[in-house]
Design a protein around this ligand. Structure first.
Ligand code: DPM
Length: 361
């Protein structure tokens, strides 16, 4: 029988083995449930003796479905309630889309694992009546649904014949709004979310970097835990996917150095080739007319010199003691260097103007 006492919950199994009960917090949306279940599945394979429980809760972000994300402000919208539950020891692990986590986490929390990235690109989902068309061949003035400033800025520039309008709600709501009304010719969503929902067949076009670069952390899952909970940190650390960790640390360092959030148009593209990490980053005006973009690279040699657990190293909120410390440092420096290069060319002005215009809308 399971006996629970907050963080120290243990359960006594029939065979006399004692194992801890680990609780995973999740939002109630279908995507959040699927993402949490997939991490739970991995953990159950790795630790068959651990008892995992899933606790579902709704967050402010799930309740305010009619306002554009960029207008409600902070990213912590989706994460605050879950972090409160972590803090109160009601849950031990929370799974997020990495792109929804701010580059600075509140004190006491850390990302203990970043899993192998899904396809990080954005995808076009067409209204059924437009089957067979692409963003290039849709009729002029077709309305594309997205409330991402990043997507709108890039696509307005690239496809000036199209129009862009906000669409909010979770993935289920958005697909419904697309299919059952005549408001949108197509919507843009992350390929990763569509794939996880089992809706890959609705993807008519994947947008490459020349059309639309992705958001920082897009396509990767992150496991958030209490920074002091060494047992849980160690347990989840085996889920880290080293290449994804390095890519995402460089992306997050880039965004943090720009002081960007989800309310500014910032996009990235990263690749690991051999021991090289390449980062392309860009900032845009809201209409995409102004753009600053650059690519830099660094060596991320895996030297097996992992940081000692005594002096834990955290990079842009991520604890990854199982990954080479020199590679982590190089990745973080790459992001900062690229941001500084763009700031020197005037990125601050572009972002400040974008922020002001968006706030005034
Ligand atoms: C953030 C953005 C969006 C989400 C902004 C952006 C899209 C908002 C919109 C920070 N979070 O991407 O420029 O289109 O109005 C979100 C999705 C996923 C995680 C859904 C999506 C799933 C994919 C993933 C919402 N967060 O972007 O289609 O794991 O990256």
């Amino acid at each position: 029988k399971a006996e629970m006492s907050g963080n120290d919950s243990i359960s006594q199994e029939g065979n006399g083995k004692v194992s801890r009960v680990i609780r995973m917090g999740t939002r109630k949306s279908q995507l959040a449930r699927i993402q949490t279940d997939s991490v739970a599945g991995r953990l159950r394979e790795l630790y068959p003796d651990v008892h995992l429980e899933i606790v579902a809760m709704s967050t402010i972000g799930d309740k305010i479905l009619d306002t554009a994300l960029s207008k409600i402000g902070e990213k912590s919208l989706f994460t605050k309630e879950l972090e409160n539950a972590l803090e109160r020891n009601e849950v031990d692990i929370v799974v997020h889309s990495l792109k929804d986590l701010p580059t600075s986490l509140p004190p006491g929390f850390t990302i203990g694992a970043i899993l192998q990235r899904e396809n990080p690109h954005d995808a076009v989902v067409l209204h059924p009546k437009n089957a067979g068309l692409t963003l290039d061949s849709l009729p002029e003035r077709s309305v594309i649904g997205t409330s991402s400033l990043r997507r709108a800025a890039q696509l307005k520039k690239r496809f000036p014949q199209l129009e862009f309008e906000n669409i909010r709600g979770n993935l289920n709501t958005r697909l419904k709004k697309l299919d059952e009304k005549d408001d949108y010719a197509a919507i843009i969503l992350a390929a990763a979310g569509l794939k996880r929902m089992g809706w890959e067949s609705r993807i008519s076009q994947i947008l490459g970097p020349e059309d639309c670069m992705y958001a920082v952390g897009q396509g990767a899952l992150a496991v958030e835990v209490r920074a002091q909970d060494k047992d849980i940190l160690e347990m989840v650390s085996v889920l880290h996917h080293p290449d994804t960790v390095l890519q995402c640390i460089s992306e997050r360092a880039f965004l943090r150095q720009l002081e960007g959030g989800c309310s500014v148009p910032v996009a990235v593209h990263t690749e690991v080739k051999g021991s090289m990490l390449y980062l392309t980053g860009a900032v845009y005006s809201l209409d995409g007319a102004d753009c600053l973009k650059d690519t830099m690279q660094t060596v991320v040699e895996i030297d097996n010199k992992v940081s000692e657990s005594a002096q834990e190293c955290v990079h842009v909120g991520v604890t990854a003691n199982s990954v080479s410390s020199s590679a982590l440092e190089a990745a973080e420096k790459l992001g900062m260097d690229l941001a500084n290069a763009l700031l020197n060319k005037g990125a601050k002005d572009i972002l400040t103007t974008a922020r002001k215009l968006n706030d005034a809308r």
